[in-house]
Design a protein. Structure first.
Length: 392
């Protein structure tokens, strides 16, 4: 039997099983068979009709009274599956749209946003991404579109992150310049902007790791030569950086616990770059030790560690410490299921974040929590009530 014949046999079998399950009121099982069909043949018309049939039946039955508990549970479970599938599909489109924006491919990003808003027209994150696209579109310098300019900057910046690009990297950058049609005078300006941006990031990391103590002449001279920055450019970048640091200060202290050291290093680096002091740990024991050294404002922990350790175990250990009953705790993980979400929310986990992390969402949530904590600290204590009777 060839592959096509084998697939046809499987599809016919799954469709037959799905039809039987629908007749028996086992909609979840029917959906599982239909999803198998669509994995092989995404445009199978019979599978699509069967899915519409399930949704019609569940909608009709949900308005009836006196349904058996088993059937009520079946309908509720099926609707939960649809909700998770819808959410996953929207997130997939939005993640891809964000990636295309950051890469400078605005038309591709717009296509992904159209798909996302077709599913959920009121999605706030999609609306914000659309606003960002509007801001980035238009004509920039030298008659070059902002899209091409943005794409050039995003592709060149990664070669400046560790200092001046090598000869091979410079050759690649020249190729990008030709590919995007960036004129020489504009390219020189953009290259200079990227150079200063990367240098500013290196200075900012130095500040976050060592503060003013790290700004020694030796360290500064080493960085300046590594990035090929003139003394005049250094003065401008440093002045801008220190002004921002004085204005923003440190937003808060975050304890990060994750057995994946690469993930831990990436997250702590990004936190420092966004004005957070960080404590890193790869085990629950290290996390608790770091917690006692410097009490953090927020904890971000993996939901699972190697060796059977759990983020929930760390959560309970921290909650048991003095004055930590309401400390905001985020959990991260891959494939966080509904049971994990329910347990976490009932225990008091502040937020869950799926890996790979959406850093924009993470830092927006962090900022909101920090603002809430600060407003709580500044709020005056309520005046004692004269009425001693219990509240009803």
């Amino acid at each position: 039997m060839d592959q096509n014949s084998s697939h046809k046999f499987l599809i016919d079998s799954w469709l037959s099983s799905a039809d039987r399950c629908i007749r028996e009121g086992r909609y979840v099982a029917a959906d599982e068979f239909l999803q198998k069909v669509l994995e092989i043949q995404s445009d199978n018309p019979t599978a699509r009709v069967f899915l519409e049939r399930i949704q019609f039946l569940t909608n009709q039955l949900s308005h009836r009274t006196g349904l058996q508990p088993e059937l009520q549970n079946e309908i509720r479970h099926y609707r939960e599956i649809l909700l998770r599938r819808k959410s996953s599909e929207i997130n997939s489109y939005l993640t891809e749209a964000k990636r295309q924006i950051e890469s400078g491919y605005f038309d591709l990003a717009q296509e992904q946003l159209i798909h996302a808003k077709a599913i959920d027209p009121g999605n706030l994150y999609a609306t914000e991404l659309e606003r960002r696209l509007e801001d980035l579109r238009g004509t920039a310098r030298g008659g070059v579109s902002k899209e091409r300019e943005f794409r050039y900057r995003s592709r060149v910046l990664k070669y400046w992150m560790n200092g001046k690009p090598s000869g091979d990297q410079q050759t690649y950058i020249a190729g990008v310049r030709r590919e995007l049609g960036i004129p020489d005078d504009l390219a020189a300006k953009l290259d200079h902007d990227v150079q200063c941006e990367a240098y500013r990031g290196a200075l900012h990391e130095l500040w976050m790791n060592g503060g003013l103590i790290g700004f020694t002449n030796q360290m500064i001279e080493g960085l300046r030569k590594n990035f090929g920055i003139s003394r005049l450019d250094h003065a401008a970048v440093e002045r801008s950086l220190l002004q921002d640091v004085r204005r923003n200060r440190i937003l808060g202290t975050v304890l990060v616990a994750d057995h994946d050291e690469a993930m831990l290093n990436e997250l702590t680096y990004k936190l420092r770059m966004n004005a957070y002091t960080t404590i890193g740990a790869v085990t629950t024991e290290e996390a608790l030790a770091g917690f006692r050294i410097a009490r953090p404002d927020i904890v971000i922990a993996a939901s699972e560690f190697t060796g059977g350790e759990s983020g929930f175990a760390l959560f309970e250990m921290i909650r048991a410490l003095p004055n930590c009953a309401t400390l905001p705790i985020f959990l991260t993980g891959s494939g966080i299921d509904r049971t994990t979400l329910l347990i976490g929310k009932r225990l008091g986990v502040e937020e869950f974040f799926e890996k790979p992390l959406d850093y924009e969402l993470l830092f927006a949530t962090l900022r909101g929590v920090i603002l809430r904590l600060n407003s709580g600290k500044n709020r005056p204590a309520p005046a004692p009530s004269q009425d001693r009777s219990p509240r009803r």
